[in-house]
Each structure stands twice: as C-alpha cells, then as structure tokens.
Design a protein around this ligand. Sequence first.
Ligand SMILES: [Zn+2]
Length: 153
Amino acid sequence: MKYFFLFLWQLPQHILAGVLILLTRARYTHTVRWCNRWIRVYRTARANGRWGISLGFFTILDPAFNQVTERHELGHGVDSCRMGPIYLFWVGFWSALMHNLIGSRILGRGYEWYYTRRVEARADRYGGVVWHNGQRVLANASELTPDNCQNLV
Ligand SMILES: [Zn+2]
C-alpha cells in the first residue's frame, strides 16, 4: 500500500520516465535497493549528451556514466520521493535548467561548481558520494551518515 501511494505521489515523474525510456530506447540494466525503495536503472541505447535523470522509481543514465553518477542520481531519487509532484519543478528548475543548461553548458562553469550547488550536493550526500582530492568518489563505510541512507540499503 505504501509503495502504491509513493507510485501515485510521484506519478508525474513516472509518466515522464516512461516517455524518456521509449524516446531514448533505454534498456533496463538492474534494480537497486536505495533508501528503502527499489529503483530500476536504465541506460540509454546510445550516448545521450551526458545526462542522467532520476524520476521516481526510475533512473535513466548515459551508458558512459560510472557508479558515482548512478549513486548521485539515486540521491536525487530521495528528493523525488520526498517532494512528490513538486520535484519536477524544483529539482528540474535548479538541476536541469540553472545548473546543467545555464551554468555548465552556456556559462562554462566547471565540475566543482556544478557539484557544489545545493541541489547537487544534496543528491551526492543522499547517494553516498564524497569529495576526495578534488574528485567525487563513493563514500566508504566510515564516511556514510544516516543521510546517506546506508542503514536502509
Ligand atoms: Zn544532479
């Protein structure tokens, strides 16, 4: 019942995920248990211009992306679960429009700038991604906090 409610709560994300999976001919690769939910991970059929997106119970990624990006997207998925229908507007506005399109692609801001924006840093935190020597890596067990949902994985 709780899962059904969460499915409805995130219905706009699930509809968009279905459309994107069809349009990009994304293929299912695996299912991850993250933050007490089952997330189905898909990879687009071809390189998609390096975007990944988390939409409710679905994560869709460029095939070139590594596990750090997958975990970052799973972190966005926590926001999707919490925000429900406003996720597309809030995270979509900040992450996709302001940070990715305008900040990175138009203004040419770098990797560090992008991943230190509030919405992106929160996705890293929820996904268990940390900074080591200027690079984002998967947190080891001692670096995880309850925020990383490690107790629910
Ligand atoms: Zn992000």
